[in-house]
Design a binder for this molecule. Sequence first.
Ligand SMILES: [Fe+2]
Length: 179
Amino acid sequence: MADGVDGTPLYVTGLVRDLSGRPVAAAVLDVWQADADGLYDSQVVGDEVRLRGKYTSRADGTFCVQTIAPLGYSIPMDGPVGELISRTDISHYRPAHVYFLITSPGQHSLTTHLFARGAAYLYSDVLFGTRSELVVDFDRRPPGPTPGGGTSDVPWLSAHYDFVLQPRTDRPQPTDEGR
Ligand SMILES: [Fe+2]
């Protein structure tokens, strides 16, 4: 998903599993993020789709996403939200993050994002999206073999995370009705 995009290579590896700890094979991981300047593809001139990709978990539930390290960014400040935020002491930045939408038949879909430990604005996220459980180490590795089975000529970053999916049941889900 990072073909031709400048940045420090980042490999995110991990396991998709269910609440019982069983690996979930063939789960689809839809991944997207900003680039090393904190810009999404829609903010870059041109129609090129970049830093978006779909991956599938292997038979043992493992996956390997090959991308680049994102940078945090400011939310748009030229609208009413920006005007509101500018009247407060709240930071208007988001810390660097990578989004994941994970789907699998028989499981509830999961949308979340991972943050790099030590990222700027980590604990002043304007969207209050940071959770300690979603902060992962981006460990710096020397040039050499990478998790994707290839090699990197430059230093690269390694992150690891296990995603847990909740199985769907046929039972009706609780509602607020009647309370
Ligand atoms: Fe974002």
